[in-house]
Design a protein around this ligand. Structure first.
Ligand SMILES: [Zn+2]
Length: 304
Protein backbone atom coordinates (compact mmCIF):
# COMPACT_ATOMS: atom_id res chain seq x y z
CA UNK A 1 0.00 0.00 0.00
CA UNK A 2 2.84 2.40 0.80
CA UNK A 3 4.45 3.73 -2.37
CA UNK A 4 7.49 5.20 -0.63
CA UNK A 5 9.70 3.68 2.01
CA UNK A 6 8.85 5.24 5.39
CA UNK A 7 11.72 7.16 7.01
CA UNK A 8 10.93 5.48 10.30
CA UNK A 9 8.48 2.89 11.55
CA UNK A 10 7.34 3.42 15.14
CA UNK A 11 5.29 0.90 17.07
CA UNK A 12 2.65 2.01 19.54
CA UNK A 13 2.68 0.26 22.88
CA UNK A 14 -0.06 2.23 24.59
CA UNK A 15 -1.30 5.73 25.28
CA UNK A 16 0.92 6.61 28.22
CA UNK A 17 1.93 10.24 27.78
CA UNK A 18 5.64 9.55 28.32
CA UNK A 19 5.56 6.86 25.62
CA UNK A 20 3.80 9.26 23.24
CA UNK A 21 6.42 11.92 23.97
CA UNK A 22 9.24 9.49 23.18
CA UNK A 23 7.52 8.55 19.91
CA UNK A 24 7.21 12.25 19.09
CA UNK A 25 10.94 12.72 19.77
CA UNK A 26 11.76 9.78 17.51
CA UNK A 27 9.49 11.14 14.75
CA UNK A 28 11.08 14.60 14.67
CA UNK A 29 12.23 15.72 11.24
CA UNK A 30 9.12 16.94 9.49
CA UNK A 31 8.18 13.83 7.53
CA UNK A 32 4.42 13.20 7.39
CA UNK A 33 3.03 11.06 10.18
CA UNK A 34 1.01 8.12 8.86
CA UNK A 35 -1.07 6.24 11.42
CA UNK A 36 -1.90 2.67 10.40
CA UNK A 37 -3.97 0.68 12.86
CA UNK A 38 -6.99 0.83 15.16
CA UNK A 39 -8.01 3.43 17.74
CA UNK A 40 -4.85 3.47 19.83
CA UNK A 41 -2.72 4.12 16.75
CA UNK A 42 -5.09 6.85 15.51
CA UNK A 43 -4.83 8.63 18.88
CA UNK A 44 -1.05 8.29 18.87
CA UNK A 45 -0.64 9.55 15.31
CA UNK A 46 -2.70 12.65 16.15
CA UNK A 47 -0.56 13.32 19.21
CA UNK A 48 2.75 12.79 17.39
CA UNK A 49 1.68 14.94 14.42
CA UNK A 50 0.72 17.79 16.72
CA UNK A 51 3.96 17.51 18.68
CA UNK A 52 6.12 17.48 15.55
CA UNK A 53 4.03 19.84 13.43
CA UNK A 54 4.18 17.36 10.56
CA UNK A 55 1.23 16.65 8.24
CA UNK A 56 -1.02 13.80 9.37
CA UNK A 57 -2.43 10.94 7.31
CA UNK A 58 -4.66 8.35 8.97
CA UNK A 59 -5.17 4.81 7.69
CA UNK A 60 -7.68 3.13 10.02
CA UNK A 61 -7.66 -0.65 9.73
CA UNK A 62 -11.13 -0.99 11.31
CA UNK A 63 -14.23 1.16 11.74
CA UNK A 64 -14.47 0.09 15.39
CA UNK A 65 -14.33 3.72 16.58
CA UNK A 66 -14.20 7.23 15.19
CA UNK A 67 -10.79 8.25 16.57
CA UNK A 68 -9.39 9.23 13.16
CA UNK A 69 -12.13 11.86 12.78
CA UNK A 70 -12.09 13.56 16.18
CA UNK A 71 -10.00 16.53 17.30
CA UNK A 72 -9.21 15.19 20.77
CA UNK A 73 -6.79 12.40 21.71
CA UNK A 74 -6.94 10.12 24.73
CA UNK A 75 -3.72 9.75 26.65
CA UNK A 76 -2.79 8.25 30.01
CA UNK A 77 -1.15 10.53 32.57
CA UNK A 78 -0.14 8.90 35.86
CA UNK A 79 -2.61 6.11 35.24
CA UNK A 80 -5.49 8.47 34.48
CA UNK A 81 -7.21 8.88 31.14
CA UNK A 82 -6.53 12.45 30.12
CA UNK A 83 -7.82 14.20 27.05
CA UNK A 84 -5.50 16.22 24.82
CA UNK A 85 -7.31 18.72 22.62
CA UNK A 86 -6.76 20.62 19.36
CA UNK A 87 -5.32 17.69 17.47
CA UNK A 88 -4.56 18.41 13.80
CA UNK A 89 -7.02 17.64 11.03
CA UNK A 90 -5.60 14.82 8.87
CA UNK A 91 -4.58 15.74 5.32
CA UNK A 92 -6.03 12.41 4.23
CA UNK A 93 -7.99 9.59 5.81
CA UNK A 94 -7.58 6.42 3.79
CA UNK A 95 -9.96 3.48 4.15
CA UNK A 96 -8.39 0.47 2.45
CA UNK A 97 -11.11 -2.09 1.66
CA UNK A 98 -8.68 -5.00 2.01
CA UNK A 99 -7.54 -3.86 5.45
CA UNK A 100 -11.15 -3.29 6.53
CA UNK A 101 -12.15 -6.77 5.34
CA UNK A 102 -9.22 -8.28 7.24
CA UNK A 103 -10.22 -6.73 10.58
CA UNK A 104 -12.15 -8.85 13.09
CA UNK A 105 -15.85 -8.41 12.29
CA UNK A 106 -16.66 -7.88 15.98
CA UNK A 107 -14.48 -4.76 15.95
CA UNK A 108 -16.08 -3.39 12.81
CA UNK A 109 -19.61 -4.10 14.04
CA UNK A 110 -18.95 -2.25 17.31
CA UNK A 111 -18.30 0.93 15.30
CA UNK A 112 -22.02 1.46 14.76
CA UNK A 113 -22.24 2.52 18.43
CA UNK A 114 -20.13 5.60 17.57
CA UNK A 115 -23.07 6.84 15.47
CA UNK A 116 -25.83 5.44 17.69
CA UNK A 117 -24.48 7.41 20.66
CA UNK A 118 -25.95 10.55 19.07
CA UNK A 119 -29.33 9.20 20.27
CA UNK A 120 -28.44 9.88 23.91
CA UNK A 121 -25.98 12.70 23.15
CA UNK A 122 -28.60 14.84 21.37
CA UNK A 123 -30.98 14.39 24.29
CA UNK A 124 -28.26 15.52 26.73
CA UNK A 125 -27.22 18.41 24.51
CA UNK A 126 -30.82 19.66 24.33
CA UNK A 127 -31.16 19.40 28.12
CA UNK A 128 -28.08 21.60 28.47
CA UNK A 129 -29.34 24.02 25.83
CA UNK A 130 -32.70 24.36 27.56
CA UNK A 131 -31.13 25.37 30.87
CA UNK A 132 -28.61 27.67 29.16
CA UNK A 133 -25.61 25.52 30.01
CA UNK A 134 -24.46 24.81 26.46
CA UNK A 135 -23.89 27.82 24.29
CA UNK A 136 -22.98 26.01 21.10
CA UNK A 137 -26.39 24.59 20.22
CA UNK A 138 -26.78 24.21 16.46
CA UNK A 139 -30.06 23.25 14.73
CA UNK A 140 -28.24 22.19 11.56
CA UNK A 141 -25.93 19.87 13.42
CA UNK A 142 -28.86 18.35 15.27
CA UNK A 143 -30.64 17.74 11.95
CA UNK A 144 -27.53 16.10 10.50
CA UNK A 145 -27.17 13.80 13.52
CA UNK A 146 -30.88 12.89 13.46
CA UNK A 147 -30.59 11.99 9.77
CA UNK A 148 -27.57 9.78 10.51
CA UNK A 149 -29.51 8.09 13.31
CA UNK A 150 -32.46 7.38 11.03
CA UNK A 151 -30.09 5.88 8.46
CA UNK A 152 -29.00 3.28 11.03
CA UNK A 153 -32.28 1.40 10.48
CA UNK A 154 -30.91 0.51 7.04
CA UNK A 155 -27.25 0.19 8.09
CA UNK A 156 -27.77 -2.11 11.09
CA UNK A 157 -28.88 -5.23 9.14
CA UNK A 158 -25.86 -4.88 6.82
CA UNK A 159 -23.53 -4.54 9.80
CA UNK A 160 -25.17 -7.50 11.53
CA UNK A 161 -24.55 -9.59 8.42
CA UNK A 162 -20.88 -8.50 8.36
CA UNK A 163 -21.37 -6.86 4.98
CA UNK A 164 -18.58 -4.51 3.93
CA UNK A 165 -21.06 -1.88 2.69
CA UNK A 166 -22.43 -1.75 6.24
CA UNK A 167 -18.96 -1.09 7.64
CA UNK A 168 -18.30 1.51 4.95
CA UNK A 169 -21.61 3.19 5.88
CA UNK A 170 -20.34 3.57 9.47
CA UNK A 171 -17.16 5.17 8.14
CA UNK A 172 -19.12 7.48 5.82
CA UNK A 173 -21.38 8.66 8.64
CA UNK A 174 -18.34 9.46 10.81
CA UNK A 175 -16.86 11.28 7.82
CA UNK A 176 -19.97 13.46 7.58
CA UNK A 177 -19.76 14.13 11.33
CA UNK A 178 -16.09 15.15 11.11
CA UNK A 179 -16.60 18.87 10.26
CA UNK A 180 -18.81 19.10 13.37
CA UNK A 181 -15.91 17.94 15.54
CA UNK A 182 -13.97 21.02 14.37
CA UNK A 183 -16.80 23.57 14.38
CA UNK A 184 -18.17 22.27 17.73
CA UNK A 185 -15.16 20.91 19.66
CA UNK A 186 -17.30 19.77 22.58
CA UNK A 187 -18.89 17.32 20.12
CA UNK A 188 -22.15 17.39 22.03
CA UNK A 189 -24.05 16.06 19.01
CA UNK A 190 -22.13 12.80 19.18
CA UNK A 191 -21.11 12.24 22.81
CA UNK A 192 -22.84 12.65 26.14
CA UNK A 193 -23.75 10.63 29.20
CA UNK A 194 -23.36 7.33 27.33
CA UNK A 195 -19.67 8.18 26.76
CA UNK A 196 -19.26 9.24 30.38
CA UNK A 197 -20.49 5.76 31.31
CA UNK A 198 -18.29 4.06 28.69
CA UNK A 199 -15.14 5.91 29.77
CA UNK A 200 -15.86 4.96 33.37
CA UNK A 201 -16.21 1.33 32.39
CA UNK A 202 -13.01 1.47 30.33
CA UNK A 203 -11.15 3.05 33.24
CA UNK A 204 -12.35 0.25 35.51
CA UNK A 205 -11.91 -2.69 33.14
CA UNK A 206 -8.93 -1.53 31.08
CA UNK A 207 -8.34 -2.36 27.46
CA UNK A 208 -10.15 -5.68 27.56
CA UNK A 209 -13.40 -3.82 26.94
CA UNK A 210 -14.06 -2.67 23.40
CA UNK A 211 -14.96 1.03 23.21
CA UNK A 212 -17.96 0.60 20.89
CA UNK A 213 -19.44 -2.18 23.01
CA UNK A 214 -19.06 -0.11 26.19
CA UNK A 215 -20.69 2.83 24.40
CA UNK A 216 -23.54 0.57 23.22
CA UNK A 217 -24.28 -0.50 26.79
CA UNK A 218 -24.03 3.14 27.83
CA UNK A 219 -26.61 4.14 25.21
CA UNK A 220 -29.01 1.50 26.55
CA UNK A 221 -28.62 2.49 30.21
CA UNK A 222 -28.64 6.24 29.66
CA UNK A 223 -31.52 6.27 27.16
CA UNK A 224 -33.44 4.35 29.82
CA UNK A 225 -32.51 6.99 32.42
CA UNK A 226 -33.46 9.73 29.94
CA UNK A 227 -36.79 8.03 29.24
CA UNK A 228 -35.71 8.39 25.64
CA UNK A 229 -37.09 5.45 23.60
CA UNK A 230 -34.47 2.92 24.78
CA UNK A 231 -36.17 0.23 22.68
CA UNK A 232 -34.94 1.83 19.47
CA UNK A 233 -31.15 1.76 20.19
CA UNK A 234 -31.71 -1.75 21.60
CA UNK A 235 -33.16 -2.84 18.27
CA UNK A 236 -30.27 -1.27 16.36
CA UNK A 237 -27.62 -2.96 18.54
CA UNK A 238 -29.35 -6.34 18.33
CA UNK A 239 -29.83 -6.09 14.56
CA UNK A 240 -26.20 -5.04 14.12
CA UNK A 241 -25.14 -7.97 16.31
CA UNK A 242 -23.18 -5.75 18.68
CA UNK A 243 -22.53 -7.29 22.09
CA UNK A 244 -23.69 -5.24 25.07
CA UNK A 245 -24.46 -7.73 27.86
CA UNK A 246 -21.73 -7.29 30.50
CA UNK A 247 -20.76 -10.98 30.38
CA UNK A 248 -20.35 -10.70 26.60
CA UNK A 249 -18.15 -7.59 26.67
CA UNK A 250 -15.69 -8.66 29.35
CA UNK A 251 -17.16 -7.06 32.50
CA UNK A 252 -19.63 -7.97 35.24
CA UNK A 253 -22.89 -6.40 36.40
CA UNK A 254 -21.02 -5.46 39.56
CA UNK A 255 -18.58 -3.41 37.42
CA UNK A 256 -21.48 -1.80 35.59
CA UNK A 257 -23.20 -0.87 38.86
CA UNK A 258 -19.97 0.54 40.28
CA UNK A 259 -19.56 2.85 37.28
CA UNK A 260 -23.26 3.73 37.15
CA UNK A 261 -23.44 4.60 40.84
CA UNK A 262 -20.50 7.01 40.52
CA UNK A 263 -21.62 8.79 37.37
CA UNK A 264 -22.43 12.02 39.21
CA UNK A 265 -18.83 12.10 40.49
CA UNK A 266 -17.00 10.97 37.34
CA UNK A 267 -19.08 13.36 35.22
CA UNK A 268 -17.71 16.32 37.12
CA UNK A 269 -14.38 15.90 35.30
CA UNK A 270 -16.13 16.95 32.08
CA UNK A 271 -17.73 20.26 31.28
CA UNK A 272 -20.82 18.76 29.73
CA UNK A 273 -24.34 19.20 30.98
CA UNK A 274 -26.16 15.87 30.64
CA UNK A 275 -29.07 13.97 32.13
CA UNK A 276 -26.72 13.21 35.02
CA UNK A 277 -26.66 16.92 35.99
CA UNK A 278 -30.37 17.25 35.32
CA UNK A 279 -31.05 14.47 37.84
CA UNK A 280 -28.22 15.12 40.29
CA UNK A 281 -28.64 18.89 40.53
CA UNK A 282 -25.95 21.55 40.16
CA UNK A 283 -23.85 20.36 43.12
CA UNK A 284 -23.94 16.74 41.96
CA UNK A 285 -24.01 15.65 45.58
CA UNK A 286 -26.71 13.08 45.05
CA UNK A 287 -27.45 10.80 42.12
CA UNK A 288 -31.01 9.63 42.58
CA UNK A 289 -30.80 7.26 39.60
CA UNK A 290 -28.76 4.91 41.77
CA UNK A 291 -32.13 3.85 43.11
CA UNK A 292 -33.24 3.01 39.57
CA UNK A 293 -30.24 0.90 38.64
CA UNK A 294 -32.23 -2.31 39.08
CA UNK A 295 -34.86 -1.06 36.64
CA UNK A 296 -32.20 -0.09 34.07
CA UNK A 297 -30.51 -3.46 34.54
CA UNK A 298 -33.84 -5.25 34.09
CA UNK A 299 -34.38 -3.40 30.86
CA UNK A 300 -31.00 -4.54 29.50
CA UNK A 301 -31.57 -8.08 30.77
CA UNK A 302 -34.93 -8.18 29.02
CA UNK A 303 -33.09 -7.83 25.70
CA UNK A 304 -31.47 -11.25 25.96
ZN1 LIG B 1 -16.57 7.06 21.22
Amino acid sequence: MLVVEPQKVLFVEGLDRSHLESLAQAAKGGAPVVGIGAGTVMETAKYVARATGAPLVQVPTTVSNNACFTRAAWTIVEGKRTIARDMPIPRRIVLDPDLLAAAPTRLNRAGIAEILCSHTALHDWRLGHEVGRDVDWDDGLERLARAELRALDATAPLVGANRQEGFRAIFAASWRFAPGFSSHPKARFNAGSEHLFAWGLEALAGRKVLHGEAVGLGVLLMSFVQNNRPDWPARILKTANVAFMPEDIGVTWRDVKEVFDRLHISASAYLWYTVIDAKAGPERVNWPERGNFAAAKNFVMSLK
